[in-house]
Ligand binder design. Structure first.
Ligand code: NOJ
Length: 558
C-alpha cells in the first residue's frame, strides 16, 4: 500500500454558519474561521474541510448553490476567503472545499434558463420528464419529504430534485454540463485549494429508464434510491473527472456516498482505478434507524456497530482507503448517540475518539466533537432551522403523528443537533457571536466550551491532541492490518493492528459497568500508549478490568 499525505492526515470539518461570527450578525463567517486557525493548529489537525461557502439562497444552508464561483455575502467576500486560504497554508495546514454538483439551487443561472423554455441552451443541464397520467413521472421520494419531482408551468413538465424543490438535480448525461463542472473545479484548484469533499457524489448517474422505485421492506432510504445510488455511469463519470481535472493536481478527494457498500467502495477508491481517495459511507450511521427510516429511532447494538466498521476495515485492507468519522453536520452528536452525555461525557467522548482514531483510515473530526459537544433538545419546533427536520415535522403532523412523538425523534436525530453554535467560552451565546445567533446555543455552553477545555490538561481537547500526535509517530496506526477481537461482545470493542513486528491493542468499554478483558497471549509484554482512565488496575498481567467507558491502547512486539 502506497504512502500518501492524505492517508496520514487528520481532517477537521467546519460548518461555517455555526463556527465563529466575526461581525455580530449572528451568522458564522470566513473571518471568524481565520480568527480560529491557531486553535485548529493547536489541536494538530492537517486538513480543514469547509462546508459550502458559495453564494446561496440558503434553502439548505449553502448546499443549494446559486453561484459556484462567488462567496455567500453573509460569510464575507472572496478577498476574505483568499486571506483565509493564505493563513491556512502559512500554518502548514490544507483546505478542501465542498463540491456540490449533484444539484444546484433553483436560483442558479443555469436553472433559471433551463426552466424558461424547452429549447434553450441550458435545458439539458437538468433532468426534465413529462408527467404520467397527470401525475409525477415516477414514485421517487425526495430526501426532504414529498415527491422528488416538481411541476414547472412554463414547460408543462417536471424536474427532478432528490433533495428540496429548490435543489434541482443536474443532468450528468449532458457532456456540456460535465465540462462546465470540470472547468469550475479547475478554477478552484488553481486558486490553490487542496481537494474536495464531494456531496452525494454517488447520486449523479440516474437510471435513464426512470423506473418506479420498489418499496423495499426494511429500507432506510427513500423510494427510488436503487435507481440513482451508484447508478449505471457513476464510475465512468468519476474516471472522466479524474482524467480531466484531479489527475493534474496533488489533492485529496472524499466522496459522500449514502448507500455505498464496501464492494462498491473498493471500486471508488482502488489505487489503480483513478476515481476518488476515499468515501463516506453511512452504514454505521444507520444502526439506530428502524424500517421506516432515520426518524424511526431504534436502540442500536454494539455488535452491529463492530460488524459494520470491521467489514469496512477488512474490505479496504489492501487496496482502497477508509474515511473514519462519528460526526458531521448531518448527524447527531456522537457522545449523545453512542456514548453517555451525562455522568460519563468526558470519559465516553475520549473512548469513542480512541476507538475510531486507532482504526485504519483518515479520521475526520467535526467542530465541537473535540470538546465533547452534545445533542440539544429545544422544546419548540420554532427553535429548529433545518429544512429536513421542519419538512418532516409538518408532513408527519398531517399524517396524524403527535407533536410529542415527533419532538422526541427530533431530539435524537435532527441535523440541528450538530448545528448549534460552536461553544467557545462561557460568555453570552458561548462566545460565538456578539449579536443574536441564527440558531440558539446549546444551554450547556457554560460547562462545555473550548476555553475550559484548553485550560484543563485532562480535557477531551487535549486527549484528541494526543491521539493526533500518536498517529504522527506510530506507523502501525497508519498502515497496520486490522483484526477484530471479542466479536460477539455487547460490551467491549477490541481490536489489534499489526505492521511488521509492531502490534497495537485497542480495548474500549462501551458500557456503564466495569468489564474484564483477557489480554491475548502475544501482547503479554506491552506498553500503554494512551488511556482515559486515571488509575489503572494492573494487578494481573493477562486479565484487565476496564472501568465504565474506559479505553486503553497498548503497543507490543510481535
Ligand atoms: C448531503 C449534505 O451533507 C447535506 O447537508 C445536504 O443537505 C445534502 N447532501 C444535499 O446537498
Amino acid at each position: 500500500m502506497s504512502r500518501q499525505w492524505w492517508k496520514e492526515s487528520v481532517v477537521y470539518q467546519i460548518y461555517p454558519r455555526s463556527f465563529k461570527d466575526s461581525n455580530g450578525d449572528g451568522i458564522g463567517d470566513i473571518n471568524g474561521i481565520t480568527e480560529k486557525l491557531d486553535y485548529l493548529k493547536e489541536l494538530g489537525i492537517d486538513v480543514i474541510w469547509l462546508s459550502p461557502v458559495y453564494d446561496s439562497p440558503n434553502d439548505d444552508n449553502g448546499y443549494d448553490i446559486r453561484d459556484y464561483q462567488a462567496i455567500m455575502a453573509e460569510f464575507g467576500t472572496m478577498t476574505d476567503w483568499d486571506t483565509m486560504l493564505d493563513e491556512i497554508h502559512k500554518r502548514d495546514m490544507k483546505l478542501i472545499m465542498d463540491l456540490v454538483v449533484n444539484h444546484t439551487s433553483d436560483e442558479h443561472q443555469w436553472f433559471v434558463e433551463s426552466r424558461r423554455s424547452k429549447d434553450n441552451a441550458y435545458r439539458d443541464y437538468y433532468i426534465w420528464r413529462p408527467g404520467k397520467n397527470g401525475q409525477e413521472p415516477t414514485n421517487w421520494e425526495a430526501a426532504f419529504s414529498g415527491s422528488a419531482w416538481h411541476y414547472n408551468e412554463a414547460t408543462d413538465d417536471y424536474y427532478l430534485h432528490l433533495f428540496s424543490k429548490k435543489q434541482p438535480d443536474l443532468n450528468w448525461e449532458n457532456p456540456t454540463l460535465r465540462k462546465d463542472v470540470y472547468k469550475m473545479m479547475t478554477w478552484w484548484l488553481d486558486k490553490g485549494i487542496d481537494g474536495f469533499r464531494m456531496d452525494v457524489i454517488n447520486f449523479i448517474s440516474k437510471d435513464q429508464r426512470f423506473p418506479d422505485g420498489e418499496p423495499a421492506p426494511g429500507k432506510r432510504y427513500v423510494s427510488g434510491h436503487q435507481h440513482f445510488m451508484n447508478g449505471p455511469r457513476i464510475h465512468e463519470f468519476l474516471q472522466e473527472m479524474h482524467r480531466e481535472v484531479l489527475s493534474n493536481y496533488d489533492v485529496m478527494t472524499v466522496g459522500e456516498m449514502p448507500g455505498a457498500t464496501p464492494e462498491e467502495a473498493q471500486l471508488y477508491t482502488g489505487e489503480e482505478r483513478n476515481e476518488l481517495n476515499m468515501v463516506f459511507h453511512f452504514e454505521h450511521m444507520d444502526i439506530d434507524s428502524g424500517p421506516s427510516g432515520k426518524w424511526d429511532v431504534i436502540p442500536w447494538l454494539l455488535k452491529e456497530l463492530k460488524d459494520i466498521l470491521s467489514k469496512w476495515q477488512f474490505a479496504l485492507q489492501n487496496d482502497g482507503w477508509n474515511s473514519l468519522y462519528w460526526n458531521n453536520h448531518d448527524q447527531p452528536r456522537v457522545v449523545s448517540r453512542f456514548g453517555d452525555d451525562g455522568q460519563y461525557r468526558e470519559k465516553s467522548a475520549k473512548m469513542l475518539a480512541t476507538t475510531l482514531h486507532m482504526m485504519k483510515g483518515t479520521p475526520f473530526i467535526y467542530q465541537g466533537e473535540e470538546i465533547g459537544m452534545t445533542n440539544v433538545a429545544f422544546d419548540h419546533i420554532d427553535d429548529y432551522r433545518d429544512i429536513e427536520t421542519l419538512n418532516m415535522y409538518e408532513e408527519q403532523l398531517n399524517k396524524g403523528h403527535t407533536a410529542e412523538e415527533l419532538m422526541k425523534a427530533i431530539h435524537v436525530k435532527s441535523r440541528d443537533n450538530a448545528r448549534t453554535p460552536m461553544q467557545w467560552n462561557a460568555d453570552e451565546h458561548a462566545g460565538f457571536t456578539d449579536g443574536s445567533p441564527w440558531i440558539k446555543v446549546n444551554p450547556n455552553y457554560q460547562t462545555i466550551n473550548a476555553a475550559f477545555a484548553l485550560n484543563n490538561p485532562d480535557s477531551i481537547f487535549h486527549y484528541y491532541k494526543k491521539l493526533i500526535q500518536l498517529r504522527k509517530t506510530h506507523d502501525v496506526i497508519l498502515y497496520g492490518d486490522y483484526h477484530l477481537l471479542e466479536a460477539d461482545s455487547e460490551a467491549l470493542f477490541a481490536y489489534t493492528r499489526t505492521l511488521n513486528r509492531t502490534g497495537l491493542l485497542v480495548v474500549s468499554n462501551f458500557t456503564k459497568e466495569a468489564q474484564s478483558f483477557s489480554i491475548p497471549d502475544d501482547c503479554n509484554i506491552r506498553n500503554l500508549l494512551i488511556t482515559n482512565e486515571l488509575e489503572l488496575d494492573e494487578s494481573s498481567n493477562d486479565q484487565i478490568t476496564l472501568t465504565p467507558f474506559a479505553t486503553r491502547v497498548y503497543t507490543y512486539t510481535l
